[in-house]
Design a binder for this molecule. Sequence first.
Ligand SMILES: [Zn+2]
Length: 200
Amino acid sequence: MIIYGGKAVHLKSVQSKTGICPSCKTQGSLLISVFRKHAHVFWIPLFPIGKKGISQCQHCKNVLKTNEMPKPIKREYDNLKNRTKGPIWQFSGLGIIVILMAWGSYASAADKKQESEYITFPKEGDIYEYKIKTGSYSTLKVISVSKDSVFISPNEYEISKITKIHKIDKPENYAEFSYAISKNKLKEMYDSKEVLGINR
Ligand SMILES: [Zn+2]
């Protein structure tokens, strides 16, 4: 269950010197306050969703919403609203999301860079994850490497989900024989996404 909603944070209050309370007619008794709302998920503030305000008479306690304020009071409120900044922490969630996304794309770029190095300079023991024509997935194991070729042994098992491919990557699952693939062909298989991932 996702718990979300809006919450208002008090920013600032000022006492109006000239404003007259429409209820008790006292001058200078109005306290004008501005709040900023933010959206939150699981109590983590995501981003601000606008300001709101009230005034309260310190004499008769009458509360006015912005749409009930007489014009001079509304003008004072608008002034206060425009010059009052909200706290940056109301953007926390948005900040976290941006950082996670940046980290995710950095991590995946670093991963790809490493894989492209692995495919160019294969090593004994490398495991290639690949897609079979039937739509299942399996692995190939590098047994030895020569100048232009790699000798690989196929996995005798396959699995329908690539996320579970590690389950079939066991030494006893690989065939007794091996065959050669040229390094160029291997690179082609990686570039055409026939080989989907490399583990070292
Ligand atoms: Zn009043």
